[in-house]
Design a protein around this ligand. Sequence first.
Ligand code: ZN
Length: 122
Amino acid sequence: MVVRRLAGQQVACGWCGKQVMVKARGPVPKWCSAACRQRAWEASRAAAAGTLAVRVVDRQVLVVPGDGAGWVEQLGLLARQLGQGPGVVADYDLDAVTDAVELVADALTQRQLWRGRFEPWE
Ligand SMILES: [Zn+2]
């Protein structure tokens, strides 16, 4: 499955917590600036010397499928989660999920009509 990062995501700087933009490719940034990288490095040295505790921040980056097989897998997961009840997908989210799935169904209908002679509509 091909995956790519969802555009426009941010992660928290591992030192000051300020939001840092994540690029589409390459390593996920750990720090917002050289100054924070330096301070974190100094703190990790102090921690190694036993004089300061360092908090490790877990940073997650969302990825989106980059091909049909990936979407088949993700939509299968959605179907499964819907079947697991309101503890997983809340009742108050059902209308928004329905709208989104109808949008996808409409786009699929269009693609089927233009199969083999497609021109992008956006
Ligand atoms: Zn920072």
